[in-house]
Ligand binder design. Structure first.
Ligand SMILES: [Zn+2]
Ligand SMILES: [Zn+2]
Length: 210
């Protein structure tokens, strides 16, 4: 299994490409733009992308979806809590952002505890509302893709549609910090971290882990 980080689009949201060296199949998480960079990586590594999985439906994470779908027969999945946001360009804010205005109907929805399989890749879904209603994190082997729920030393904003501070802190404390120490955190913006670093070093989570 390989994971590649490609900061994508004007807002440099981290797009992650997970692929299996055995089957050549892959999953694209949060293509926020830079479809040229994403498809170049897929071609150079002979990856056949099967799914686009979205951590949530904000414009900076989804603006590359329609263009990427033109090139590959991908199925788009999102948590049902973000369906309205995904479909509506003013709620997903793409109408106010630099880049394409997008309203997207997904091909499928997933929920907490689901496992999505692509060949020998297994992606676990953890529902972590708070940044948006349908915000999720994905676990693949020893990696945790956190979208805008958890960043290295910070957390996502909670002032946008569906956001709620207490819900976000609760999601992180109960569903992420309880995971193993060495789980590698791959956020939607900025550098990587680990669960143990965030438990003890993230100022927003102080007192939520003892
Ligand atoms: Zn967001
Ligand atoms: Zn973002």
């Amino acid at each position: 299994m390989k994971i590649e980080r490609i900061p994508a689009g004007v807002y440099a949201a981290n797009c992650y490409i997970i692929s299996s060296e055995t089957t050549g199949k892959g999953v694209v998480v949060d293509p926020g733009g830079s479809v040229d960079k994403i498809s170049r990586y897929l071609e150079e590594n002979s990856i056949e992308p099967v799914y686009i999985l979205l951590t949530h439906a904000h414009g900076d994470h989804i603006m590359g979806v329609p263009e990427l779908k033109q090139y590959y027969p991908l199925k788009v999945g999102v948590h049902k809590g973000d369906l309205e946001m995904l479909a509506n360009a003013s709620i997903n804010l793409s109408s106010q952002m630099t880049g394409p205005t997008v309203g997207i109907e997904p091909d499928f929805t997933f929920e907490d505890g689901d496992f999505l399989t692509v060949g020998d890749l297994k992606v676990e879904v953890i529902h972590t509302p708070g940044h948006s209603k349908g915000g999720v994190c994905f676990v693949v082997e020893n990696f945790l893709i956190t979208g805008d729920t958890l960043f290295a030393g910070s957390i996502g904003r909670t002032d946008l549609t569906g956001g709620d501070y207490d819900t976000l802190i609760d999601s992180i404390a109960k569903k992420l910090l309880t995971r193993s120490d060495d789980l590698v955190v791959l956020p939607g913006h900025g550098p990587a971290s680990t669960i143990s670093k965030e438990r003890f070093g993230n100022p927003f989570l102080r007192g939520r882990w003892t």
